[in-house]
Structures are given as C-alpha cells and as structure tokens.
Ligand binder design. Structure first.
Ligand code: LLP
Length: 386
C-alpha cells in the first residue's frame, strides 16, 4: 500500500490545496476496525480536531466510528456530516454555556468534565432544561508522554483534567447532583506517541485508580483512554498505516476491564494524518549566498505544524526526477518561521514544480488561518478527482 500522488490529476487546481488519498483512509479505518472488532466493548471516537473536512468525515462515519469533539462548532460539523449524537463525547477545559446547551439539546453520549465549576454549570444548565447529562471526569494521570512539550497533556503541571487526589471528591459531588449522571473516567496523555510504554503506564495508572474506587464501592461503566497514537512522519510511504495492532494490544493486555465496562478511544492523528498531503507549487528557486531556497505558494497559514512545533514533514517533488540538490523549502509569509524544512535533498527543482508535503492530513487543513488575508486551502479527495 502506497500513498498515491497522481500529479497528472492536479493540473488546473489552484494551489496550495490538500489532497486526501481515500484508499489510504479506508485502509486505515479497516485496520482500526479489524483490531477493535476483536473486543465487543471497544469503541473508537475519531478526534475531529485533527480534520473536520466533510468529505473525510463522511468516510469515517461510514466506517462506523464515533466522534470526540472539543467545541460546539465541532458538534455542529459532525452532525452535519451525519454522525449520530449518541456517539459524541465532548471534552475541553473551557466549555462555554452555549456549547453545553448544544450538547444537552442534542443528547450527546457523554460530557468529559474537567473541573468542579464546569460540573456545577453542566448540572445547572441540565436542570434548567429538565435533562440529565451523562458525564465522565477527565483525570490527570500524571503520566508523561515521550513527545513534544506542546502536545503532552497528562502531567500534573498541565491545565487539563482533575488531579487524582481530588477524584473521589468530585465523584461524590456528582453523585449528589440530580442532573448529571456519573459514568466513568477519561484520560489523555498527549499526542504523537510512539512509545507503547507510555500507553502501558497509563493502563497501569487506570488500574490503580479503578481499584481505589472499587474499594469505596464506586463502579465505572466507561473508561476513556483518550488518543495519542503517533505516526511515521519520517517515512510515510513505508508506514502509511499506523501500528494499531500494538496499540490496541497494549490495552487488551494491560487494562483490567470489568464486566459490562466499555473502553473508549479518541484517535485523531493516527486516523487521518497519512492520507493527506499539502500540494504546493514552487513559485521561485532562489540562489542565495549560502543557501538555495525553493519558495512555494503554501505558507504556515496552510500548514502550521513546522512553524509551531518544529514538526518535520517529508517533502517530495512530484514533477522532477533530476539529480538531487539541497534546498530550504519556504513559504511566502514575511516571517522566518515560515519554513517547511531546511537543507533537504530534492530532485533539481524548478518554478512551476508541484511539491507534496506529506503526512499532513491531521492538524493541517483544520489549523489553517487567513493571516495576510490569504485564502484558506481547499481539500480534495482522490475520489473527487477521479
Ligand atoms: N483526546 C483529547 C482529549 C485530546 O486533547 C486530543 C488531542 C485527542 C484525543 C487526539 O489526539 P491524537 O490521537 O490526534 O494524538 N495540533 C497538534 C496536536 C494537538 C493534539 C491535541 N489533543 C499537532 O499538530 O501535533
């Protein structure tokens, strides 16, 4: 299986644009379903923050996944894409009242609650509406993840979730409220995690917490382990499908699941990253004193990950097979951070060549901005261009 980049079909499309190889997306979803179908209590909620393109969402919905939302806008978008509200989990440290109201009006599956003040507000709004909100508490498990500091979330110092020592207190508070129903615990330790040991550490921590709660007569129906499985940014063509086998096996082996309990996963990046590429045109090749620049028409407004996280995406030239030279691939925005990569080898590159910036399906199109009044990039699927 290879990521297809059919350059002949890109002619006439305004660059930069996102291209989604739906074969890769479907194979990825099949790989997920193959693993989760081994367990009748595993449910994957796609983290729509990674990519909310409607065409991509339709394919994910067809594969039967649920959804993880972090805003009212995401809830609206996934409902538009035809997802059932009964499969939506809603997380986020700072839910606004209108977002809570929307979740209640639509009868979403579960609110992942991150603080006592939020719990009180959900209870109050639900009471006003004569509803009972299903809730899980997001617990900060103080488990570090071997990933970028900006995307690790499970340490005590992070703003996310409720501290483990407060767990019983918040559960008792919820149990005394009339308009919330406490169902379980939610966790998330970070993103782009490739070390299975990090997920093993989380599973062990959940076991400890669960034992502690059971000793006090508190049962959990839902365990939500969050997302975070990483992908191969260095060699996407060699590994277009993430290692779901090992990922789900970690939880099957290490998480002690009780009878009738359901286990929920919130995978984002691993679902959509490899199917997407940002296609950009080389506007100029500039020879400077110590560098050669390929100046492309995409900027950090189209793909911010390299500028924001120092993230690395493989770049390929779709038009040239000439012998390789060294380039810095940079965008047109007047900021030095508008650089996709430095000193990389590309076949000799010319004005008009199309470059593909790979592994850009997750946190690419969705994080685009209009800085410099630049138009937002469009996204096309391979099926549309057939
Ligand atoms: N669940 C929660 C509560 C989350 O905060 C996140 C991601 C996910 C699930 C999905 O994580 P994933 O499976 O995609 O790793 N913009 C950054 C990534 C931010 C991730 C934020 N939270 C990037 O481009 O790398």
């Amino acid at each position: 299986m290879k990521i297809e980049l059919p350059v002949e079909r890109f002619a006439g499309i305004r660059t930069p644009f996102y291209y989604y190889d739906t074969n890769i997306l479907r194979q990825t979803l099949d790989a997920i379903n193959t693993e989760t179908q081994k367990h009748d209590n595993y449910f994957v909620h796609y983290a729509v923050k990674a990519n909310a393109n409607l065409k991509v969402l339709h394919i994910i919905r067809e594969a039967g996944l649920g959804i993880d939302c972090v805003s009212g806008g995401e809830i609206e978008q996934v409902l538009k894409a035809g997802f059932s509200a009964s499969k939506i989990v809603f997380a986020g440290v700072g839910k606004s009242d209108w977002e809570i109201e929307l979740g209640l009006d639509k009868d979403i599956f579960c609110f992942n609650v991150e603080s006592i003040p939020e719990l009180e507000v959900i209870n109050e709004i639900a009471a006003r509406k004569g509803k009972v909100a299903t809730i899980c508490f997001r617990i900060n498990p103080d488990v570090g993840a071997h990933t970028h500091a900006h995307i690790t979330t499970g340490l005590a110092e992070n703003k996310f979730g409720i501290a483990m020592e407060d767990m019983e207190k918040v559960i008792h508070l919820a149990q005394d409220m009339k308009n919330v129903q406490f169902k379980g615990l939610h966790f998330h330790i970070g993103s782009q995690i490739l070390e299975m040991d990090d997920f093993i550490a989380l599973a062990h921590r959940i076991n400890e917490l669960q034992d502690r709660l059971e000793a006090q007569g508190i049962q959990l129906e839902i365990i939500n382990v969050g997302g975070g499985l990483g992908i191969d940014y260095e060699d996407p063509q060699a590994n277009p499908i993430p290692n779901f086998k090992d990922y789900f096996a970690v939880y099957a082996e290490h998480l002690k699941v009780r009878p009738r309990q359901t286990v929920h996963f919130e995978l984002g990046r691993a679902v959509v990253a490899q199917c997407g590429a940002l296609i950009t045109k080389v506007n100029y090749v500039k020879q400077a004193s110590v560098k050669q620049f390929a100046i492309v028409d995409a900027g950090f407004t189209d793909l911010i990950r390299p500028a924001l996280y120092g993230a690395h995406h493989r770049i390929v030239n779709l038009n040239s097979q000439a012998s390789e030279e060294k380039y810095d691939v940079v965008g047109p925005i007047c900021e030095s951070s508008d650089t996709f990569d430095k000193d990389i080898l590309l076949p000799k590159t010319h004005r008009g060549d199309l470059l593909a910036i790979l592994s850009a399906g997750a946190y690419g199109e969705i994080m685009a901005s209009c800085y410099n009044c630049r138009p937002l990039p469009q996204g096309y699927t391979s099926e549309e261009l057939d």
